[in-house]
Design a protein around this ligand. Structure first.
Ligand SMILES: C[S@@+](CC[C@H](N)C(=O)[O-])C[C@H]1O[C@@H](n2cnc3c(N)ncnc32)[C@H](O)[C@@H]1O
Length: 145
């Protein structure tokens, strides 16, 4: 089923679905496209919806409302979600490990409790394991390219 077609003729999700890590790197530095397009979504899928998406993540991953846990997010991208993760993580005193390309990670503000591991997972799995050892309480992982 084709999905994502909108009244504004915005390209649908199918156009973005075939992209992988290297494509996302290019998108990250393309200043002609929106932050939602950079992470592979038509604007109509994300603009105005990311708070609801984040609330849904928190509902499903209830461990996110525990203090001092390690949260590993592989592929946080550059939408609103990583910023919400940051705010939430600060409140709950999480250690937040973010794994993505250097181009994407550049959009996420540096914070003392945030550890960025640049590069393509799982090629950088050893570096990830160093900062997120055995005790990871919450793992978010998008479809990896
Ligand atoms: C579809 S976007 C999702 C972004 C975010 N999780 C969200 O839902 O808003 C995919 C993200 O994963 C990253 N990514 C894709 N494959 C990856 C891989 N093998 N290793 C690390 N990051 C990857 C891309 O750079 C991009 O930022």
């Amino acid at each position: 089923m084709a999905c994502g077609a909108t009244a504004t003729n915005e390209p649908g999700i199918e156009r973005f679905a075939r992209f992988g890590y290297e494509d996302f790197r290019r998108f990250a530095i393309d200043d002609q496209i929106s932050k939602y397009n950079k992470i592979g979504f038509p604007d109509s899928y994300r603009r105005g919806f990311e708070e609801a998406i984040f609330a849904d993540i928190c509902r499903k991953l209830s461990v996110l409302e525990q203090k001092e846990i390690i949260v590993l997010d592989i592929g946080p991208g550059c939408g609103d979600l990583p910023l919400m993760m940051l705010k939430h993580g600060e409140t709950w005193q999480h250690r937040l490990v973010l794994v993505d390309s250097p181009e994407m990670l550049a959009y996420v503000p540096d914070r003392p409790f945030v550890i960025k591991v640049a590069g393509m997972y799982p090629a950088n799995a050893d570096a990830v394991a160093t900062v997120a050892p055995s005790r990871v309480e919450a793992l978010l992982r998008c479809r990896l390219g």
